[in-house]
Design a protein around this ligand. Structure first.
Ligand code: NAD
Ligand code: DAU
Length: 421
């Protein structure tokens, strides 16, 4: 296998991990597994990374550019409340990386911005989305605009470029004929809906249950339709719950870390026995890049984390690492339609040669350390509209919340540990 993908390399800058924190055999494909036939991208490709100022997108950009293998990246990001230009500061501060990087502020649903950027790209990696389930319950519309119309605009631009490539009029450097752009849609395990037992496989039925998940499923279906109808070179990845440095503090792990650092209550929904499968952000970004290079067109790849925990267990572990008491936890009104459990089968991705590298304990330690060390970053996000959002989401919940003492942490029942699938 070529070493051009992220596979086989340690986590890069901003991961919060020292190189020694990786597992010994990380990134190396097991002998006997399917090996990718060939790299689908040209050498030193130019990538259009949409949503590249967000949590996972910016990690992808930092990791790829830090490698210095000639890859160039244009980020297109609307800079919504979740997009943070400073997430790309490490790239812009390094002259060698900055020379291969460009930032464009704009909306993926705007063809006037999108079309010329897709014209010059070898591949489009679409991270752009409204990504928070709770916000989708309060205000679904932006989720549909970006998740459906935005994806449609990107696909249309790719379709036009594919037609130009077929006609021989799409030209690259030195006016050589250039392949059609490859399109990768970053999707989520939430499209499968709640999975009480077993693990979701790629061909399983989609059963989204929140407006966020429904928008993501719609985006995927559009991608599939463009593969079938127009023969577009496109793929989908479905990642599990991702955590790490630079994650917006609205999400469970960074919200609970930052609240706990301030000795503020931690609003745990319902009985806290919902189960999630945790994936460190450099592993998610690395798997996406691996699929971008080696995945087969038209295919979907699950990206599981490999660490399934009940929320209660996760919070207890987090508090122990922070040295903060369980008494900070408040049991609050549940999220409507709250999915009980996500779990995915990762065989297909493993057969493509990808292995996660960051064990959960290392990832969680690095995340806690990063938030401790980067207080100005998260305090600047928890300003402006933050208080109004927090009050709307948690005000009534916390005022009716129960203290933690009535459900002390402990090992939760585990309906999902049937490794058979
Ligand atoms: P995020 O909210 O941190 O970042 C999203 C980025 O997209 C932001 O920079 C935002 O400004 C940008 N954006 C939003 N709408 C846009 C638009 N119309 N045009 C251009 N840019 C726009 O999200 P994240 O957690 O980094 O997730 C990235 C992707 O990965 C999303 O598609 C999400 O559905 C998917 N995903 C996330 C997770 C997770 O646990 N965080 C897991 C699986 C999949
Ligand atoms: O599974 C992948 C998905 O993971 C991604 O597609 C989404 O973009 C991402 O936001 C994440 O969705 P979740 O809803 O699982 O993540 P969140 O961090 O919001 O919540 C994780 C769990 O913690 C979930 O069971 C709800 C619970 N929770 C969350 C918050 C914010 C609480 O109990 N209290 C909270 O305040």
């Amino acid at each position: 296998m070529s070493d051009r993908g992220v596979a086989g390399r340690g986590p890069g800058p901003g991961s919060g991990l020292e190189p020694g924190a990786t597992t010994a055999d990380a990134g190396r494909p097991d002998p006997g597994l399917d090996q990718p036939a060939a790299d689908a991208l040209p050498p030193a490709p130019h990538l259009l990374v949409t949503g590249g100022a967000g949590f996972i997108g910016s990690c992808f950009v930092r990791e790829v550019l830090a490698r210095g293998d000639g890859t160039r990246i244009t980020v297109l990001d609307k800079l919504t409340y979740a997009g943070v230009r400073a997430n790309l500061a490490p790239v812009e501060a390094d002259p060698a990386q900055a020379a291969r990087f460009r930032f464009v502020r704009g909306d993926i649903a705007d063809p006037a911005v999108v079309d010329p950027l897709v014209e010059e790209a070898d591949a489009v990696v679409n991270f752009a989305a409204e990504s928070h389930v709770d916000r989708s319950i309060l205000d679904p519309e932006a989720f549909l605009r970006t998740g459906v119309i935005g994806v449609h605009v990107l696909l249309e631009a790719c379709r036009r470029e594919a037609e130009r490539a077929a006609a021989g009029s799409r030209l690259g450097p030195r006016r050589r004929p250039r392949r059609a752009p490859r399109f990768l849609q970053v999707s989520t395990d939430e499209v499968y809906g709640s999975v009480p037992v077993g693990r979701s496989e790629e061909e399983d039925r989609l059963d989204p249950r929140s407006p966020y998940a429904a928008a993501k499923a719609a985006g995927e279906l559009l991608v599939r339709s463009y593969v079938v109808t127009y023969g577009l070179d496109a793929l989908v990845t479905r990642g599990s719950n991702t955590y790490g440095p630079y994650q917006h503090p609205e999400k469970l792990i960074p919200l609970f870390i930052t609240n706990a650092l301030d000795d503020q209550p931690l609003p745990l929904y319902g009985d806290g026995l919902q189960r999630r499968d945790w994936l460190y952000v450099t592993d998610h970004a690395g798997a996406i890049e691996h699929v971008l290079h080696y995945g087969a067109s038209g295919e979907t790849y699950n990206i599981p984390g490999g660490t399934e925990l009940a929320n209660r267990e996760l919070v207890a572990t987090l508090l122990a690492r922070l040295g903060k008491p369980w008494s900070l936890v408040r049991r609050v009104e549940d999220r409507p339609g709250h999915d009980r459990r996500y779990a995915m089968d990762g065989t297909k991705l493993a057969r493509l040669g990808w292995r996660n590298r960051v064990p959960f304990e290392d990832g969680l330690r690095a995340t806690v350390d990063w938030f401790r060390a980067n207080e100005p970053w998260w305090r600047s996000i928890r300003t402006g509209d933050w208080d109004a959002w927090y009050e709307r989401q948690y005000g009534a919940r916390l005022s009716h919340g129960l203290p933690a003492a009535d459900f002390a942490p402990g090992p939760a029942p585990d309906p999902g540990r049937d490794e058979g699938r």
